[in-house]
Design a protein around this ligand. Structure first.
Ligand SMILES: [Mg+2]
Length: 237
């Protein structure tokens, strides 16, 4: 950036022998119009003008560039990552991401299927019957090695057993990797982090402020855990 904005400070590198002698005598060998023009630019940036020999008098041009970088979003993000031990944060949804929801449906009674038609997630105990999705446990464990990883799920408001069943599911399938890392919320947009792996946009997922990795959604490129991990590998710490 400095080279582009303050090219005049490297002009001396192209000095002829007589130019070099001029500078040594305190005379600026650069064209007067050019010197006036670059000094006007420097003044506009709050940078001190060139000295009599045409050299920069101080470091104010470098300080200007450093300030521009400091104000940039990427620089602020890098500082934040450094503060957080340089690991980016990933949230992982449960239903149809970690958890195979259909495997729970397959195990409930025909009576419950009729009784809870249209809202099967309200069947008492259904979440305790579900199996992990293919590659989900290995995928979650891999994420834990490279990212600050949490589970972010929504439990149905009208199914109190779902809240405990989800906790038991995590304790059974990811006892160490997800220890005290389960977040149950209807407002996923409030979770502050870099990635959310979620199959839906409901419950705030669509307004997540980081990148929403839209799991198993047509045309989004993340049809299964294999696809997610191969994408995340490029971003891993
Ligand atoms: Mg889901």
């Amino acid at each position: 950036m400095h080279r582009i904005l303050f090219d005049e400070e490297t002009d001396f590198m192209l000095d002829s022998i007589s130019d070099h002698k001029d500078r040594a005598r305190g005379k600026n060998p650069m064209n007067q119009d050019y010197t006036t023009r670059v000094n006007k630019k420097r003044e506009a940036f709050g940078v001190n003008p060139l000295g009599n020999s045409g050299y920069a008098q101080d470091n104010t041009s470098f300080e200007f560039c450093e300030e521009v970088v400091r104000q940039s979003k990427n620089y602020q993000e890098l500082l934040e990552l450094k503060r957080r031990n340089a690991k980016q944060t990933v949230f992982v949804d449960m239903d149809n991401v970690l958890v195979n929801f259909q495997s729970g449906i397959d195990r409930i009674s025909e009576e419950d299927k009729v009784k809870y038609e249209g809202h099967l997630d309200d069947v008492p105990g259904i979440f305790s019957l579900m199996e992990p999705n293919e590659g989900a446990i290995e995928g979650y464990r891999w994420l834990c090695e490279h990212f600050d990883t949490y589970i972010l799920s929504t439990a149905p408001w009208d199914n109190p057993t779902a809240w405990t069943d989800k906790l038991y599911w995590v304790k059974k399938h990811l006892p160490d990797a997800a220890y005290k890392r389960l977040i149950l919320s209807h407002h996923k947009n409030l979770a502050k982090g870099d990635f959310l792996i979620d199959d839906r946009t409901a419950n705030g997922a669509g307004n997540f402020t980081g990148k929403h990795i839209h799991f198993a959604a047509e045309g989004k490129g993340f049809l299964d855990w294999k696809a997610v991990i191969s994408y995340m590998k490029n971003l891993a710490h």
